[in-house]
Design a binder for this molecule. Structure first.
Ligand SMILES: [Zn+2]
Length: 130
């Protein structure tokens, strides 16, 4: 299964092969700030499953994670684990934004107060316990 997507201006395109490891909505403060958005909905893929064309820029938002965005239009596309294991891909940047549906919420302890979760999905205060 292949899913494609890209940034707003089209300078960056990407392709994901296979199925994601998980699909989650993260409410942590770091994701809120980095995305300029109440939360970050992403599909997580093994790093080798994601191929990218076009020029991206990155910012290390923590020791573990780079935020990867289009250097032209600024669309926030990926979170890249710096240990090389996995990449998060923002669900809204897929050509079909309904390609993957989240199955759980994480870091609900930092959720913005006016965000009301009534989708029935599991809610974890921090990350999902291993
Ligand atoms: Zn762009």
């Amino acid at each position: 299964m292949t899913h494609e997507g890209g940034c707003l201006c089209g300078a960056v395109r990407f392709r994901c092969e296979g199925e994601p490891l998980n699909v989650r909505i993260c409410h942590c403060r770091n994701c809120q700030k980095a995305m300029g958005s109440p939360f970050y909905a992403r599909a997580l893929f093994p790093q080798g499953a994601l191929s990218v064309t076009g020029e991206t820029a990155r910012y290390a938002s923590s020791e573990a994670i780079d935020r990867v965005f289009c250097g032209v239009c600024g669309t926030r596309l990926f979170t890249r684990r710096r240990n090389g294991t996995a990449d998060g891909v923002a669900l809204a940047t897929f050509d079909n934004p309904d390609a993957f549906a989240p199955t759980e919420h994480i870091w609900v302890s930092e959720k913005i107060g006016w965000v009301k979760l009534d989708d029935g999905l599991p809610q974890h205060q921090r990350t999902v316990p291993p």
